[in-house]
Write a protein that binds this ligand. Structure first.
Ligand SMILES: [Mn+2]
Length: 280
């Protein structure tokens, strides 16, 4: 493994160029950057030959890198064959980008089912999501990239949603790994009726230790996916950090604060809190 590195997602910098987002992350003390391979920095017609320059920029700052696959307007469980095809095309481009940047991890999102109340439709969505991942896996493996599927907040119209559901899903898929999103796990815990979610999240991390290869950190108050800097919501990080230590997690810890108005302020706060919370 590469050793624990804390850093920032480019999700934070939607009003600057990708180059400035990388420079700003380095300035804020990030040791790694997660590149969101989607708009605004990577439009559908993005020329991937430009990735060579980005790789040099990342290297010049000594930054580790991961890639978050395209997700805006896409759905890996879509009932529209064309949309499913487009989602697959963008996932492959994201995998290509990760390889070109020298990264090892591509984060993939869950599928969406607009009418989970219809059992047959939900089953179809789950089947399509599985088929989608089965098509991405060999493409990633051939390029030396690991696919890390992300847990959501326990919403009924998303699959797989809770960390438990995701764990069951990847258990049957050779090579599929997990991005553990702490903010989403907190929402899922609250949705399941828990007040203090920290202990349950810690147990979940322990249980998924074999597949857990990547971590997203952000905070919220258990209801909306606020993407606050850690410490600004009501997540109890203590047991969570304990669990990550107990499983000897030493991959990337990517903070995902959302603050288009003042990204530097939110990024500085997120980095400071990450260092305090995780003892970096
Ligand atoms: Mn996330």
């Amino acid at each position: 493994m590469i050793g624990l590195k804390i850093g920032l997602s480019t999700l934070l910098f939607v009003r600057t160029s990708i180059e400035d987002a990388i420079r700003a992350s380095a300035e804020l003390g990030a040791e790694c950057v997660e590149i969101i391979y989607d708009v605004p920095h990577f439009p559908p017609d993005y020329d991937q030959r430009q990735l060579t320059g980005l790789r040099e920029l990342l290297n010049s700052h000594g930054l580790g890198v991961s890639v978050h696959s395209s997700f805006w307007d896409l759905n890996p469980a879509s009932h529209h064959r064309e949309l499913l095809g487009l989602t697959l095309k963008q996932a492959r481009r994201s995998i290509d980008a990760c390889r070109a940047l020298g990264g090892e991890i591509v984060v993939l999102h869950f599928g969406k089912c607009p009418i989970p109340e219809s059992k047959g439709f939900l089953e179809g969505a789950k089947k399509r999501y599985r088929g989608f991942i089965e098509r991405c896996l060999p493409y990633a493996q051939e390029r030396g990239v690991t696919l890390a599927l992300e847990n959501a907040g326990g919403q009924p119209d998303i699959y797989p949603s809770t960390a438990e559901e995701l764990g069951q899903f990847v258990a049957g898929l050779e090579g599929a790994k997990i991005t553990f999103d702490i903010g989403h796990a907190h929402m899922a815990g609250r949705r399941a009726g828990r007040k203090d979610t920290g202990a349950a999240i810690a147990r979940s991390i322990q249980k998924l230790r074999e597949q857990l290869v990547h971590v997203h950190v952000h905070d919220n108050h258990g209801e909306q996916d606020e993407h606050l800097p850690p410490g600004d919501g009501d997540i109890d990080f203590k047991p969570i950090v304990g669990a990550l230590r107990a499983i000897n997690y030493n991959g990337l810890l990517v903070a995902e604060p959302w603050s288009p108005e003042d990204p530097m302020k939110a990024g500085r706060k997120a980095m400071r809190r990450l260092k305090n919370i995780f003892g970096g």
